[in-house]
Design a protein around this ligand. Structure first.
Ligand code: HEM
Length: 118
């Protein structure tokens, strides 16, 4: 399940950047955004399953923060793309997205099931 989570995240982030760099309102952007939404669901389901089996214990608080971070990353991706489709500014939202993403990836690898890079 952790591998499904990681695979879905990598594909989702690539799709997000592809969609975000496409011309606003173009067909390509709409299609990549729609596929990205399917990956949100895969990330949520895989994350929720791992969360429900792992969170009880001494690291419950950190699991809670990881869940919150993951939700915020998905919310930011969605807001950035919807605002881009409406040709509205996304500057600050990108900064927030990158902060939440860095935090969530750190927490994901920091928690016991994550690969140990640090
Ligand atoms: C786009 C948003 C998200 C990103 C970028 C992200 C990132 C990550 C990463 C990098 C890992 C480590 C994976 C590995 O080592 O193979 C991980 C693990 C995990 N994620 Fe996410 N995640 C996101 C969303 C979520 C959501 C929404 C939930 C909860 C519903 C969640 C719950 C978890 C849990 C429980 C783990 C396992 C932690 C452990 O025990 O080591 N994640 N995540």
């Amino acid at each position: 399940m952790i591998h499904m989570h990681l695979t879905a995240i990598i594909i989702a982030i690539i799709l997000f950047f592809v969609s975000a760099t496409m011309q606003a309102g173009s067909k390509g952007q709409k299609v990549t955004h729609m596929i990205l939404r399917v990956f949100y669901i895969l990330i949520l389901i895989s994350g929720a399953i791992i969360f429900s089996t792992q969170m009880a214990g001494a690291m419950a608080m950190q699991y809670g923060l990881k869940l919150l971070g993951g939700l915020l990353v998905i919310i930011m991706m969605e807001i950035v793309l919807v605002r881009k489709e409406k040709s509205k500014s996304t500057g600050t939202l990108w900064v927030l997205f990158l902060i939440f993403l860095a935090f969530t990836i750190y927490m994901g690898f920091h928690l016991p099931l994550g690969l140990k890079f640090w």
